[in-house]
Design a binder for this molecule. Structure first.
Ligand SMILES: Nc1nc2c(ncn2[C@@H]2O[C@H](COP(=O)(O)OP(=O)(O)O)[C@@H](O)[C@H]2O)c(=O)[nH]1
Ligand SMILES: [Mg+2]
Length: 477
């Protein structure tokens, strides 16, 4: 194979062993057909991996073996008729793929062997959750006859119970055997697996190493783009105001309830739109539809569970508020339930439990604004609630963390339920920096240039936090 030809790797094996899942995970493509019923993949389908316009390697998803024994019998018979040697075997497999009668008798095998005859490497996938059995040996033998470079992958579906037996069996047919969970493989596992492909054929090293570099670059670029989306969301949400024009003698308090509803609805809309954009950043295009149903009941931005999970604890909030307020140069007037936080008054009891001191009860305040050219406005927002930015930020951070940990083989809805989310702490430096930026971004009438600068700084802080998150597990409560 010449150097400028990118490697092709055909993922083959028995039906329902996670072949398509492995392809979706490695290709980071959630459009790969994955099914609980065998036969979901009928035809070989190619997934080319490109970076900067260059094709680096191609994964080929194939239908599973159906008649491996008959195929092997056909090959053996041909070999005997021709007194063929082992050196002739690849040519016999090519004959089988080209044979019309075989195409009718063994359509799945012809489909999965074709890419191998055309030069693809073999990724043979088995399930380490079920016992090793001799019925797989016909498949492995047929694959051996192709003479293609190969690797076996034990995918432990459900359990690890039979992994060792599989390794012992596979080791006799394949030079390289790896254990990889096709559905859950994390970034490092995917990266190592990709590097192992480079070992299969000398010419593959350079394109595979380029593919690994592209994978690293993709992760960094997703993190940067997601961080920018988070910063933009915070700027929009913290600066949000809803207004209504007042009649000359109208009582503004009549509008309070409606304005609050409108304000909250707009926040929910901003957050949803943000999540869709972030999902697109991580190349999840199909996730939204599946999560839509969930989102209706999940609209818990204002719930106690959310504020408890994502808001800062009181002591942290006080110190961060001091840092944020001082740096923003403004007076610290973060009134919660009528009492100043900084005064350290035990306001929790006064406004009713935990939500009171978290400030969830009151996002913003109604104010009456005199318009320069006469008339008055009832205005709700921007939020002066010191915890609100942290709640929104924490939710967005958690969402990104789930996406970054997901694989494109997963077909379940994303679980954003705050009740099941574990805490992701911020250190005091991060808290203070965020509080300072939140205070800047909620300033009314913030000039566009200052806003852009605030968004850029916040994106930088968010990116550092997301990067650190990549190195630690999200524990689910
Ligand atoms: N729990 C678990 N399920 C898996 C794993 N790999 C595949 N599956 C499931 O097994 C079924 C068949 O997977 P698929 O990738 O379509 O297998 P294929 O027929 O070999 O392409 C799907 O329901 C997958 O979600 C795995 O590693 N863990
Ligand atoms: Mg499949």
């Amino acid at each position: 194979m010449s150097v400028d030809v990118a490697p092709r790797l055909a993922v083959v094996g028995h039906p329902n062993k996670g072949k398509s899942s492995l392809v979706a995970t490695l290709a980071e493509d959630d459009s790969v057909a994955i099914g609980a019923t065998p036969g979901t993949t009928r035809h070989a389908r190619e997934y080319p991996m490109r970076a900067d316009g260059r094709l680096l390697y191609t994964l080929v998803d194939t239908p599973g073996f159906q008649r491996a024994r008959q195929v092997l019998a056909w090959l053996v018979r041909r070999a005997e008729e021709r007194s063929a040697t082992a050196a002739d075997r690849p040519a016999l497999v090519a004959e089988l793929v080209a044979d019309r009668e075989c195409a009718a008798r063994f359509p799945d095998e012809v489909e999965l062997l074709r890419p191998l005859v055309e030069g693809a490497g073999i990724l043979y996938v088995v399930d380490g959750g079920v016992p090793y059995g001799p019925e797989y040996e016909a498949e492995m033998e047929v694959l051996r006859w192709t003479g293609r470079p190969s690797m076996a992958i034990v995918n432990p579906i459900g359990s690890n119970e039979h992994v060792e037996a599989w390794k012992a069996g596979l080791g006799q047919f394949f030079r390289v055997v790896r254990v990889v969970d096709a559905l859950h493989a994390d970034f490092e596992t995917r990266r190592r697996l990709l590097l192992a492909f480079a070992e299969l054929e000398a010419d593959w090293r350079e394109p595979i190493e380029a593919a690994v570099a592209a994978l690293d670059a993709l992760r960094a670029s997703r993190r940067r783009r997601a961080s920018h989306e988070i910063a933009a969301l915070l700027a929009d949400a913290l600066g949000l105001v809803v207004e209504r024009r007042l009649e000359p003698d109208e009582d503004p308090s009549r509008h309070a309830a409606e304005l609050e509803v409108e304000y909250k609805r707009e926040l929910v809309r901003l957050e949803r739109a943000h999540r869709r954009r972030v999902q697109a950043v991580y190349d999840y295009h199909d996730l939204e539809a599946r999560a839509a149903e969930l989102e209706v009941i999940e609209e818990d931005l204002f719930s106690e569970g959310t504020w408890l999970r994502f808001g800062l604890r009181r002591r942290d909030l006080v110190s961060a508020g001091a840092a944020g307020g001082a740096a923003a140069g403004g007076a610290i007037d973060v009134a919660l339930g009528g009492a100043s936080l900084l005064a350290g008054v035990a306001i929790g009891a006064a406004v009713g439990g935990v939500l009171g001191w978290l400030g969830a009860g009151r996002l913003a305040e109604l104010r009456v604004i005199d318009r320069p050219l006469g008339g008055r406005l009832a205005r709700y927002g921007p939020s002066r609630n010191p915890n609100f930015g942290f709640v929104l930020f924490g939710r967005a951070r958690y969402h990104c963390g789930l996406l970054a940990r997901r694989t494109h083989a997963m077909r379940d809805a994303i679980d954003l339920d705050a009740e099941r989310a574990a805490r992701q702490p911020l250190d005091s430096k991060e808290r203070n920096e965020l509080a300072r930026l939140f205070a800047t971004l909620r300033r009314p009438g913030l000039p566009a240039a200052a806003r852009a600068e605030g968004v850029a700084s916040l994106a930088g802080s968010a990116a550092a936090i997301l990067e650190a998150d990549e190195g630690r597990p999200i524990e689910r409560a």
